[in-house]
Design a protein around this ligand. Structure first.
Ligand code: 0PR
Length: 395
């Protein structure tokens, strides 16, 4: 650290010039986060000095968190569910697995062997951190041709050490939605904890279903679903950090309550102690302002833009690995990695899954508009030409 500080203008100007290195949103097609809704930014700033770790001070902010949780509860078919705003999908999934392990310990009077959790091979990679931290062993079920969990195979993995199942309602890699209804059935039959990771799909599926897209239910209307992760900072249009975890039964959340040092201080139920109240304000503001209809419109626009992107790719002869369920396209392209690297040198960010290294993964979200798609198709044509690859056609 400098002994003598710099003038404010100098600091801000160095921040501005470093931020210029960041790729503008209009050239980002790999991210399920987006430029936040302007109201989220305003509301976050209104809560910049708040800390949900001390609700004796921030009573009103705590109220806003409760309201945001209740609003998301209605999205999940259970307004009265228990929940908290957290830092993101990783923390939400961590808390759910923490509860599942506590519950199993309580029920069985101590775990007999190493506890196991059944996941699909497409489960988000971040759960590995959670398993390491909590000492859980993943048992991995394969996926079918649509990259959805094979529930029969999952069932065959259940044994006396199984403490939970995780289903994903929208993988970030492919946008595939596991058969949560069948998982819910399995959870009920075998008396298992079922966690649904809807970090990616939670703010898409309810609205897309209303628009007639053939997507399954994933929420508390399914009786076997125990807990759910939602991420306002993805398709919820809120700024980072805004994740959320929900439990069907408030008693479950109490399993991870921790007392603080101080008298009359409420217990903590999140992994973080000090946490940004601004995230609660931003989430509340966007949910209240857009309402159900606003999210339906945002979802309609994303699906329209996705259709436009697919038409433009199709006109050039590209084909897809699988029909997209959410707003993620997986495009067959043998030289995908080379194309991705060249585009990145030109400040276009797309991704290639290591699992299918011959496919481009393109994500449509709020900032990916039709003009962005047009500019991207031009860049893709340019990259194909530069690499001496055949761009299959033009439209
Ligand atoms: N579960 C699912 C289904 C996810 O999609 C993600 C994040 C997580 C859990 C973890 O959530 P947090 O990152 O909020 O803790 N998936 C994104 C992805 O892997 C994360 C991301 C977002 C990566 C924006 C890059 C990016 O630009 O694509």
């Amino acid at each position: 650290m400098r002994r003598k500080g710099l003038p404010k203008e100098e600091v801000l100007s160095s921040i501005r010039s470093l931020r210029e290195k960041d790729v503008p949103w209009s050239r980002v097609l790999n991210s399920i986060c987006t430029r936040p809704h302007p109201l989220a930014v305003e509301a976050f700033q209104a809560g910049i000095d708040t800390n949900l770790g001390d609700v004796r001070i921030f009573r009103g902010t705590h109220d806003i968190e409760r309201r945001a949780v209740a609003l998301m509860g209605t999205l999940l078919g259970k307004e009265s569910c228990a929940g908290s705003l957290v830092s993101g999908g990783t923390e939400a999934n961590l808390l759910a697995m923490y509860v599942a392990r506590k519950l199993a310990t309580q029920r069985r009077g101590g775990l007999t062997g190493p506890p196991e959790v059944i996941v699909a091979e497409t489960v988000h990679y971040s759960v590995q951190k959670i398993f390491d931290l909590l000492g859980l062993t993943p048992r991995t079920a394969p996926v079918d041709k649509r990259l959805r969990m094979d529930v029969k195979a999952a069932e065959a993995l259940v044994n006396e050490r199984t403490i939970a199942l995780i289903g994903t309602a929208g993988t970030s890699e492919f946008g595939s939605v596991d058969p949560i209804e069948a998982l819910s059935q399995l959870a009920l039959e075998r008396d298992l904890y079922l966690h649904v990771d809807a970090a990616t799909g939670g703010f898409i599926i309810p609205f897309a279903r209303e628009l007639g897209h053939p997507l399954p239910r994933f929420d508390f209307s399914l009786p076997g679903v125990t807990s759910i992760t939602l991420d306002p900072h993805k398709y919820g249009l809120v700024n980072v950090p805004a994740g959320a975890v929900f439990f069907r039964d408030p008693a479950l959340q109490s399993l991870i309550s921790l007392d603080s040092f101080f008298a009359r201080t409420p217990t903590h139920r999140t992994f973080l102690g000090t946490r940004p109240g601004g995230a609660a304000l931003a989430t509340y503001a966007v949910l209240e302002h857009l309402g159900w209809e606003g999210f339906v419109e945002a979802t309609r626009t994303n699906y329209d833009t996705m259709g436009y992107l697919l038409d433009r790719l199709n006109a050039r002869g590209y084909s897809l690995l699988l029909p997209p369920e959410l707003n993620i396209a997986i495009v067959d392209l043998p030289a995908a990695v080379q194309v991705m690297e060249l585009l990145e040198r030109w400040d276009w960010i797309i991704s290639v899954s290591k699992r299918y290294s011959n496919c481009l993964r393109l994500v449509v979200t709020a900032h990916v508009t039709r003009p962005v798609v047009d500019a991207f198709i031009d860049a893709l044509d340019g990259a194909m030409t530069e690499l001496g690859l055949v761009s299959c056609g033009t439209d």
